[in-house]
Design a protein around this ligand. Structure first.
Ligand code: ATP
Ligand code: ZN
Length: 298
């Protein structure tokens, strides 16, 4: 019975949790979760959610205990490098980048030191929670730098005398500033991703996974897309599509009482800024409406 259900691993409590559950709910999944239970039972799809620490997500897929997972690229890549070097190889693939969990894995140097680049660190030590990613990066640059693994509070490593520099996750950079660290080279631009098992699954599981991934794709596209309606001079259609990125052929409708102005409707798949609307106005558009979209299936 349980084998016919798909298990998806998501973070139990942290930066990715709310985004991950909301994403799956927007894909139509209704799940119930008893208080303090680490399993969410899918009521309308053969899908169950496993709430775990983010670091365990790639392993659960690697061991085929879960078929899908949502985790930062940083965590997944760190594991992938280890698995690529193992006997069985890596048994998960990166299926889809999501639109949350954005951060960067970057080097950082103490303000009080003379180090400002990885090239200043020959023979020195770097502290990080991502030793595989960092070692691979340094090796590709041909640098001889020691890497020491820290599982938390990496920012403290230089003041504890454990390392000359660090390589850690940053989003705003405030944590670095607080610890008097200066940001250096970026090793990885990370974002939450969907991981999936590369092992052979039953046809019905494959079909559900395909459907879910298509819906995830739709949810992401729709979150950035807008429906734009405006009145515009008939001869400005070309300029309008040039101004609106990611649009397909616009719908053009006649307007009562004029044959020089038309109503134009377009789906714009990228963020629409005020500057874009001002640009539309400049080429003669008026009554411009920007409406959010609810669902999209391409
Ligand atoms: P867990 O208890 O599940 O191990 P954690 O403390 O390792 O949680 P979080 O701090 O919740 O994890 O971060 C989860 C993921 O969010 C990170 O692996 C990263 O992909 C992403 N992320 C986004 N912004 C940041 C940031 N400023 N610092 C750290 N991680 C970030
Ligand atoms: Zn973690």
């Amino acid at each position: 019975m349980s084998e016919t259900r798909i298990k998806i691993a998501i973070q139990k409590s942290g930066r990715l949790t709310e985004h991950s559950t909301t994403l799956l709910q927007k894909c139509g999944l209704i799940f119930s979760q008893a208080k303090n239970q680490l399993i969410g039972y899918g009521e309308n799809m053969p899908i169950d959610l496993m709430f775990v620490r983010d670091d365990d997500i790639p392993d659960l897929i690697q061991e085929n205990l879960c078929s899908l997972g949502i985790v930062g690229k940083n965590v997944a890549l760190e594991k992938k490098i280890a698995m690529d070097n193992s006997k069985q190889g890596c048994l998960f693939s990166f299926e889809e980048n999501l639109n949350f969990g954005q951060c960067r894995l970057t080097f950082a140097y103490p303000e009080s030191s003379s180090y400002r680049s990885i090239y200043d660190l020959e023979g020195k030590t770097i502290a990080t929670s991502y030793p595989n990613i960092v070692k691979k990066f340094l090796k590709e640059k041909g640098l001889n730098v020691y890497v020491t693994q820290f599982s938390g509070a990496v920012e403290l490593a230089p003041s504890l005398g454990k390392a000359e520099a660090i390589c850690d996750l940053v989003s705003t950079g405030n944590t670095l500033k607080v610890h008097n660290l200066i940001q250096g080279e970026v090793v990885l631009d990370s974002v939450a991703t969907v991981l999936r098992s590369t092992q052979v699954l039953s046809d019905s599981k494959e079909a559900w996974i395909k459907k879910l991934i298509e819906r995830i794709n739709g949810v992401i596209q729709v979150s950035e897309s807008k429906y734009i309606m405006m009145h515009a001079p008939k001869d400005s259609l070309q300029k309008i599509t040039e101004l609106l990125p990611g649009t397909e052929a616009p719908t053009v409708l006649p307007l009562e009482g004029t044959n020089t102005t038309v109503a134009v409707h377009v789906v714009c798949k990228e963020t629409v800024f005020w500057e874009t609307l001002e640009g539309l106005k400049k080429i003669g558009a008026s009554s411009i409406l920007v409406v959010p979209l609810e669902k999209m299936l391409m």
